[in-house]
Design a protein around this ligand. Structure first.
Ligand code: PLP
Length: 354
């Protein structure tokens, strides 16, 4: 199997957006990678001009939601080289999502080669502005034209890329979080640990209601007890209580974040006691009342680290570190960013160069 490249004509190339005003997911590069799965086999991949593809209105993804995706970034270092952070972890997780959704798995090495080639073709799209990156979105959708709830026999795998600025409109500032016990994101035994479209569609209403009340994001609780903490928005969550760093364990309803894993590795190496265990919202409020809650932060590829300034639950507010960014949050943000941009030596073998 191979990947062919057919570049857009110079006259078809888009004007690059202003690097200091990128937002998130608004602009797309000139090319995309596409690979089709037909009759039990992946066909040759192609890198071609970014653009729409046609689909049958009966395409199964449109009806029953067999869709999965990944999110990773390319970073431009001061040396002008382009860096990727743990990209094969993203592709391994992509295949785990595919298995959970009964979709075709991809050849990780081939897809990785395709993404590297796509990055080479569109390398001028990797921004140099501070904090800006090129977001990479590998995706797979079921395209067999048939109604009936069963696995599709056809899929399209594609990868699109967009230059992005800082994820949160507030920048690296602590966010106000609404803890919902009305809505849930996922349930154990469901598909919460897969990056599949329906999880995000299901989360929109809670996010909108929170935003209407002036909050940036929602903190999700366990679907059954509405007490045990799961995730924050589309990020994993960490709490510094006393001298411990605590994060919920991966029991099926939580997305196994690569940033989460990197944070656990780094903080253990820095001598922190890191514990993966269930933690309830009542425990967090109680720790805060005793003055033991020092920091709360979310982790994810988009924001890297997102400090939480306050949590609101049942009309009560839990103000964290006086609403300021904590020491560990700042250190993790600086350190992870330094590794991702190649500013600093990477002792973990996490970084790949294009
Ligand atoms: C992608 C995602 C994360 C973070 O994963 P990273 O690999 O760190 O980017 C966390 N939670 C949800 C729901 C996600 O979709």
């Amino acid at each position: 199997m191979k990947i062919t490249i057919e570049k857009a004509a110079p006259s078809e190339l888009k004007a690059k957006p202003d690097e200091n005003n990128l937002g998130f997911g608004k602009y797309f590069t000139d090319h995309m990678l596409q690979m089709d799965y037909v009759d039990g086999a992946w066909q040759n991949g192609e890198i071609k001009k970014y653009g729409p593809f046609s689909m049958d209105p009966a395409a199964m993804a449109l009806h029953y939601g067999q869709t999965i995706f990944e999110g990773m970034k390319a970073y431009r270092g001061k040396d002008n080289k382009i860096y990727l952070f743990r990209p094969k972890e993203n592709l391994a997780r992509f295949n785990r999502s595919a298995r959970r959704m009964c979709m075709a798995e991809v050849d990780i090495d081939l897809v990785y080669e395709g993404i590297r080639k796509l990055l080479e073709v569109d390398q001028e799209w990797v921004p140099s502005a501070q904090g800006a990156t090129l977001y990479i979105r590998p995706t797979m959708i079921a395209t067999e034209a048939a109604l009936g709830v069963r696995p599709s026999k056809r899929y399209i795998f594609f990868t699109i890329m967009c230059p992005v600025g800082a994820y949160y409109p507030e920048g690296f500032n602590p966010v106000k979080i609404f803890v919902t016990d009305k809505y849930v994101r996922a349930v154990r035994g469901g598909v919460g640990e897969a990056k599949t479209g329906g999880n995000y569609a299901a989360s929109i209403m809670a996010a909108i209601e929170a935003q209407k009340q002036g909050f940036t994001q929602v903190l999700w609780l366990d679907a059954c007890d509405r007490q045990t903490i799961e995730e924050v928005g589309t990020m994993n969550i960490f709490f510094v209580i006393g001298d411990e760093l605590i994060t919920p364990p991966l029991l099926g309803s939580i997305l196994p974040g690569i940033t989460r894993d990197s944070v656990i590795t780094l903080t253990r190496d820095w001598g922190f006691k890191v514990v993966e265990r269930p933690i309830t919202i009542d425990e967090v409020f109680a720790a805060n009342a005793k003055g033991q809650l020092k920091e709360v932060f979310g982790t994810g590829t988009a924001a890297i680290i997102s400090p939480v300034g306050s949590l609101h639950f049942k009309g009560q507010e839990c103000l964290i570190n006086n609403g300021k960014t904590g020491e560990l949050s700042q250190r993790l943000f600086d350190d992870l960013q330094a590794i991702q941009y190649g500013y600093k030596e990477d002792p973990y073998g996490w970084v790949e160069t294009i």
